[in-house]
Write a protein that binds this ligand. Sequence first.
Ligand SMILES: C[S@@+](CC[C@H](N)C(=O)[O-])C[C@H]1O[C@@H](n2cnc3c(N)ncnc32)[C@H](O)[C@@H]1O
Length: 300
Amino acid sequence: MNYREMMFLRAVRKNGLVAVLATSPSTPAEVAEETGITERAASISLEALVGLGFLTANDGTYEATDRLRRLHTDDVAEMSSLAFRLDGLERWITLPETMYTNDPVDSPENYTNHYMGAMHDMDEETVRACVTAAVHQHPDAEQVADVGGGPGAFAREFVKQGHEVTLVDRPDVIGLDEQLLDSEPITLVEGDIRESVPGEHDLVFCSRVFQTLSPEENRRILNAAYDALSPGGSVVLIEVVRGRSPDARMFGVTMLAQADSDGNTYTESQYRDWFHDAGFEDVRVTDVPGTKYQTVAGDR
Ligand SMILES: C[S@@+](CC[C@H](N)C(=O)[O-])C[C@H]1O[C@@H](n2cnc3c(N)ncnc32)[C@H](O)[C@@H]1O
């Protein structure tokens, strides 16, 4: 979506138009009445939302499509990543101020839900390609820990590929996962992966977490991962590696603008230093075919 479309969606979500339409089909006059915006603004907006695929129009009444419902829902499994991207927009607008402080404006309401909804809304081919690439680094692995596993898109794929899976994340995320992954044979564990990774595993997998954290925190996670590996086990990260993935440099800016933590993207040589210092051997960086991601792997 271009910036005008994003700013427009931000406006119609903020003034309640999205919520009204998600609840019932409405005319421009009804939308104006319910939200307090002008009737002109309502009719222009409704037509634009038809053009963007969020509404259909029939005889002057406008009805939500799935695209609008997926923007408005609280259900993490159904939500589109757009809800989180619109939250992020507030933080991009205030990026000039953040550059003085490193602290983005306060998180919006439902932030964890929207964050996890966005992480969950990843295309299946990419998830499969990343998990397949990770397994390729340690083909004999049985026990897998998905650390910072979020809503479990990758953990589910490990299960499909025949592994025993433990997912470790922060308590608020594990709270969501208890419902989201209810029917999956995945062990859920609350924890701070900078401190320790519970259990013993053949493969410690960690996707898109290092980019959200500082070098010091990432070194701590690698130390904890090392301690949690069985002898000969491997750690595999999924990241966009700077100098290798075309997205990585601008993703560093995304972390500056949007992340509550001290994230950035890192180079292959930084990863190699951290892995060696944590005791890992045979450190290797490979591209995940068909994606913008790399695996960074090492063995205990
Ligand atoms: C960008 S999300 C990635 C989620 C998932 N791995 C994926 O790729 O879709 C980062 C995840 O790391 C988790 N995380 C970050 N720091 C953590 C910490 N210190 N301990 C446990 N989990 C952490 C966050 O809660 C979040 O679920």
